[in-house]
Design a protein around this ligand. Structure first.
Ligand SMILES: *Cc1c(COP(=O)(O)O)cnc(C)c1O
Length: 415
């Protein structure tokens, strides 16, 4: 045992030596614009609770009613006896919200990506990823066994190159013989003798806050006969006439085979989802292993998520969204940014050096402002940054305090 710990301590020392050691920060209060941590009250610019729903009475009451009616735990996986009314009601609400035939919820966004991608693709297939997609998509791609290609971030020309390569490869391997097929046994589905290509992107990028060119991506995937999966983790509840996400805002929801999102960011609850055709959802119920072999989410989470879906579609939800964009506009004008055509609540402040980013975050904390330093492996080495996120729960004075604090720290922030 001792030598086991010694090995791990050595590894930890190496991580520390590179300025990359991470430690948990205990928060002693609910999520919100002000949090208690380490005996300090911090003005919090780090959460993804964009609409301030995580600690909202509407969601809390929903969660409590979920516990009262359905208990604390689901007791089993969905396919055994854990598929409770709240899960079904959530999925009906999700499908209605997203305007798709059906939807399926998962215990987390991470489990959603892994379950869906590994169900849809196998070793004969190709997956083409934006360079900056979330780790859960990268892990899913690796686990699926599909051949992975990466295109430069938001670069449609590079995506087209990768799609052309995929089609050439399909022509070369197209007439696979039955012996080749037999030598590659499938885990979840029989081989179709046909290569499938899946393109995956995020709609609003989690660490950069920019938007994917979804219209161009849809045109390309149609031209080359590929499938498209879009992760709307940071867009669900925020964009489009019905708050469905960026795909709705850009008018392409109907052309995306696999729409993914999470329930734990703007929706303030917990979990992930896929929305799409009935066939897609039926297929995932049968083949998504992270869905099948996992206890169903606690009923309270499903009830809270459904309440959040109602909330974002309500008039009150629209007021909350407008408040968010007002705060975003205030921050942008204070830092001399011209507002982009599509607003976003994520602001990366690139620093580069890992140790300097950590130092800058510590300096802000001394002023009772919490902005996290984001480092490798969340972003590439040498791309460390402060990541500011704004929420509808921040006041105008909170934004002014943030701007003053950022200007006082030597990070080349003032333009
Ligand atoms: C947060 C996030 C996920 C993971 O969702 P969880 O519910 O936190 O597991 C997936 N994709 C993106 C882009 C994310 O930002």
């Amino acid at each position: 045992m001792l030598s086991f710990d010694a090995v791990l301590r050595q590894r930890l020392d190496a991580i520390r030596g590179r300025g990359l050691l991470r430690e948990l920060r205990r928060v002693d209060s609910p999520q919100g614009p002000r949090i208690q941590a380490g005996g300090q009250t911090l003005l919090n610019f780090s959460s993804n609770d964009y609409l301030g729903l995580a600690n909202d009475p509407w969601l809390k009451e929903a969660a409590i009613s979920g516990v009262e009616k359905f208990g604390a735990g689901a007791g089993a996986s969905r396919l055994i006896c854990g598929s409770l009314t709240p899960h079904h009601e959530l999925e009906e609400a999700l499908a209605g919200f997203k305007g798709t035939e059906a939807a399926l919820s998962f215990s987390s966004g991470y489990a959603t990506a892994v379950g869906a991608i590994c169900a849809l693709l196998g070793r004969d297939d190709i997956i083409i990823l934006d360079k900056l997609v979330h780790a859960c998509i990268v892990d899913a791609a690796r686990l699926s066994g599909a051949k992975i290609r990466v295109f430069a971030h938001n670069d449609l020309d590079d995506l087209e190159e990768k799609l052309k390569w995929a089609n050439r490869r399909d022509e070369q391997c197209g007439s696979r013989t039955s012996t080749t097929l037999a030598s590659k046994p499938r885990i979840t589905r029989p081989s179709e003798g046909k290569q499938r290509t899946l393109v995956v992107t995020e709609s609003i990028f989690s660490m950069d806050g920019d938007t994917a060119p979804l219209r161009g991506m849809v045109a390309l995937k149609e031209k080359y006969g590929a499938w498209l999966m879009v992760d709307e983790a940071h867009a669900t509840g925020l964009y489009g006439k019905h708050r469905r996400g960026l795909a709705e805002e850009l008018g392409v929801s109907g052309q995306i085979e696999i729409q993914m999102g999470t329930l734990g960011k703007a929706l303030g609850a917990s979990g992930g989802y896929i929305s799409g055709s009935r066939a897609l959802i039926d297929f995932l119920v049968n083949c998504a292993r992270s869905f099948i072999f996992s206890t169903a989410p606690v009923p309270a989470a499903a009830v809270a998520a459904r309440a959040a879906i109602e909330f974002v579609q309500s008039a009150e939800g629209e007021i909350r969204r407008k408040t968010l964009w007002t705060r975003v506009g205030q921050f942008q004008s204070a830092i001399g940014h011209r507002p982009p055509p599509i607003p976003g609540a994520i602001f990366p402040i690139l620093i580069g050096d890992e140790a300097r980013a950590v130092e800058a975050a510590a300096e802000l904390r001394e002023q009772n402002i919490f902005v996290p330093a984001i480092r490798y492996p969340t972003v590439a080495r040498g791309q460390a940054r402060l990541r500011v996120t704004l929420t509808a729960a921040h006041s105008s004075e909170d934004i002014s305090r943030l701007v003053r604090a950022l200007n006082s720290v030597d990070i080349g922030f003032r333009r």
